[in-house]
Design a protein around this ligand. Structure first.
Ligand code: SAH
Length: 400
């Protein structure tokens, strides 16, 4: 079976270090090849109703509604990861990815003075596989971390995925505490005895010395799209196609819109995507790290302020027209790491981005692979049990 791997290309480490005018003239364009069919999903009905009542919506609002609308959002009630889903991510392919990140966190903890406690905070943890792999490394290196109080904090909007995360991490041996109305909507204890809490918003995670992780999280945050025209920057909106019933199309705003403020004055591209939500989150992370210490690792596919039109959809591991059958496909846009760096500037030091391949090589992935192959325990698409004793890239490890 062939799968599409949404593997990270860029990697950034931040270390402790309006009013929209209502005249929409004839500038419109479709979202790609004309598809064979255009099923009217509940989300499409919702969007058509919304656009009919208040006018065309920005691409950012479209993404936000489609992905995280609390009633019908793509992420809210389904498990889209893995071979049977719409896309697959590095931790779902191999345990090695999480193990090497686990080592990275421990080495940062050592380099920054071995604090007596730290929080491991993950944004958008998917099925909980990555944090599970990281925690396994923490257990294996228990002798190094023995005097450190560790807690896990997961920021997740998806009810379905938070249930899968709970199953992955706790095996529900200890009954989970649930309180849908509270900012901490679920609490439990991991298999290795570490307390774990769930939040919908980073703001609700307690402040304190923390290591933050965001893997394929920033790419699902809503982007505003802009095109350069002879009249200046014009934002791309989503509207109803007047020619075809129940069909959406892109249109250009007739005049300037507020999100234009996020475009750099010296911008030379003729099409840009800006993600204000990413800026807000990076500012929050930077302030927290500057205040209480720690580090953040952002891994995603992205660019350094060079790419133009990257907004796309994935369904069943295939590219999917973003305006067709909304709510049934993942929507994503490449992360602009140059913007993330700018938002962290002056508060914390930032390193990268570097290619994920280079990062993993530097962290000793080749050694780890050889060990796994030698032990004939290499896991493909995570079918067998983890090979418990070997971790590459950490010389102090006592090999069992
Ligand atoms: N990190 C995981 C999953 C990536 S998919 C992996 O690499 O396998 C994106 C994840 O972010 C999902 O868990 C999704 O539910 C979550 N998510 C999407 N938008 C979010 C938001 N606004 N706030 C918190 N989590 C969000």
């Amino acid at each position: 079976m062939s799968v599409l791997v949404r593997s990270g290309l860029g990697l950034l480490c931040a270390v402790a270090r309006g009013a929209i005018p209502s005249i929409w003239r004839g500038k419109y364009f479709s979202s790609g090849n004309e598809p064979a069919e255009n099923p009217v999903t509940p989300m499409l009905r919702h969007l058509i109703y919304k656009i009919k009542s208040t006018g065309p919506i920005t691409v950012a609002e479209y993404m936000k509604e489609v992905l995280t609308n609390p009633a019908k959002g793509y992420y809210v009630y389904r498990d889209m990861l893995g071979e049977k889903g719409d896309f697959i991510t590095s931790p779902e392919i191999s345990q090695i990815f999480g193990e090497l990140l686990g080592i990275w966190f421990i080495s940062e903890w050592m380099a920054t003075g071995k604090s007596t406690a730290f929080q491991l905070v993950e944004l958008g943890p998917g099925r909980g596989t990555l944090v599970g792999d990281i925690l396994r490394v923490f257990t294996q290196l228990g002798s190094v971390l023995k005097n450190c109080d560790i807690s896990v904090h997961l920021v997740e909007v998806s009810q379905k995925l938070s249930e899968i995360q709970a199953l992955t991490l706790t095996e529900e041996k200890v009954p989970l505490e649930r309180n849908a109305g509270s900012p901490v909507y679920m609490k439990g204890v991991t298999k290795s005895g570490i307390p774990v809490s769930w939040y919908r918003d980073l703001q609700d995670v307690p402040k304190g010395y923390s290591f933050y992780l965001a893997h394929e999280f920033f790419d699902v945050l809503p982007v505003h799209k802009f095109q350069k025209t002879p009249q200046g920057w014009r934002e791309v909106f989503v509207d109803i196609d007047p020619q075809v019933s129940d069909k959406l199309r892109f249109v250009l705003a007739p005049s300037a819109t507020p999100a234009e403020a996020f475009i750099q004055h010296d911008e030379t591209r003729d099409h840009v995507e800006v993600c204000p939500d990413a800026g807000v989150i990076i500012e929050e992370l930077s302030e927290r790290i500057a205040l209480t210490g720690g580090a953040a690792l952002v891994a995603d596919y992205g660019h350094d302020g060079t790419r133009t039109d990257t907004f796309r959809g994935f369904c069943g591991h295939k590219l999917h027209d973003v305006l067709i059958a909304p709510g049934t496909a993942d929507l994503t846009a490449d992360v602009d790491f140059s913007y993330l760096r700018r938002m962290a500037q002056g508060k914390v030091a930032s390193v990268g981005p570097i290619k994920q391949h280079t990062f993993l090589k530097n962290m000793g992935i080749d050694v780890r692979l050889k060990r796994l192959q030698g032990g004939r325990h290499q896991r493909n698409a995570r079918q067998s049990k983890p090979f418990a004793s070997l971790v590459a890239g950490f010389s102090e490890l006592a090999w069992q």
